[in-house]
Ligand binder design. Structure first.
Ligand code: ADP
Length: 256
């Protein structure tokens, strides 16, 4: 199976001689095309740092990160922004939609920047909006006119529209109620299955994590445990996640 992401023995140290923080000690893992992988870990364990390094926003102190065949730790900043635009899709906790653009314009933005023709843009947006994300009814609305769940599904469409190699989601359900969270995660499942979208998602929430195929648990900048869903249904996987979370010392409500 094609490997989309290879993280090879990365280390990230912040600070200088006086005060040093080893945010990532030693992390290695791979993600195959079409996988949906969750990352969990207590606060301060290095999740954000890991996501920032993979998303090319921050650089590693040592080690390598390959996305497709490209080693992003060797790229120059000009190359990186092009790579980020074309190969990566981002979904954030607070949606990050532009307030002055409609949902349609927000989704179209990455393609407009790439000078894709308006006709092509329209057909791609219509397809995503109606078939996969259930947002056809809000395409003409501005972010303030939409619910949080709708905004996040629009953000999801924006992340998907360029068909990136990898989608990076940082606490995507963090600002949503349980109904909107479930709808978003169902959309992730659909996009993951039908478009073979590869998703890497950081979350502290066991329910959200239970939609993934595999969970990497991080503690003190290292991978502490790995759970693979296999043939389990979502509920059994959720229970297994809760077990590991308890082992890590969290409470099971608002765990990690
Ligand atoms: P998490 O996302 O799991 O809560 P982080 O990746 O944010 O963890 O942080 C891991 C460690 O690195 C923490 O000890 C944090 O204080 C430290 N850290 C994160 N970013 C910086 C930074 N820019 N400068 C110094 N220390 C940092």
């Amino acid at each position: 199976m094609e490997t989309i992401l290879q993280v090879k023995q990365i280390e990230k140290i912040y600070g200088n001689k006086g005060s040093i923080t080893r945010a990532i000690e030693d992390i290695s893992f791979q993600v195959a095309k079409g996988e949906f992988v969750g990352i969990m870990g207590p606060s301060g364990s290095g999740k954000t740092t890991l996501l920032n390094c993979i998303s090319t926003i921050d650089n590693v102190t040592s080690g390598h990160i390959l996305i497709g065949k490209e080693d992003i730790t060797k790229m120059k900043s000009g190359q990186l922004s092009k790579f980020r635009r074309e190969q990566l899709g981002f979904i954030f906790q607070d949606f990050n939609l532009l307030d002055t653009l409609t949902a349609y314009e927000n989704i179209a933005l990455p393609l407009t920047i790439q000078r894709v023709s308006p006709k092509k843009i329209e057909s791609r947006i219509k397809k995503l909006a109606t078939q996969r994300l259930d947002i056809a009814g809000v395409l003409d609305k501005y972010p303030y006119q939409m619910s949080g769940g709708q905004q996040q599904r629009v953000a999801c469409a924006r992340a998907m529209i360029c068909r990136p190699a990898l989608i990076l989601a940082d606490e995507p359900t963090g600002a949503l109620d349980s109904k909107a969270s479930r709808m978003l995660l169902n959309s992730f499942e659909v996009l993951n299955k039908s478009l073979e979208a590869t998703i890497l998602m950081v979350t502290h929430d066991a329910f959200t994590a239970s939609f993934a195929h595999r969970i990497l648990f991080i503690k003190d900048g290292r991978i502490f445990n790995e759970l693979i869903r296999g043939e389990d249904d979502r509920k059994s996987f959720f229970n297994r996640i809760i077990e590991v979370v308890s082992l890590l010392g969290g409470d099971t409500n608002n765990v990690l």
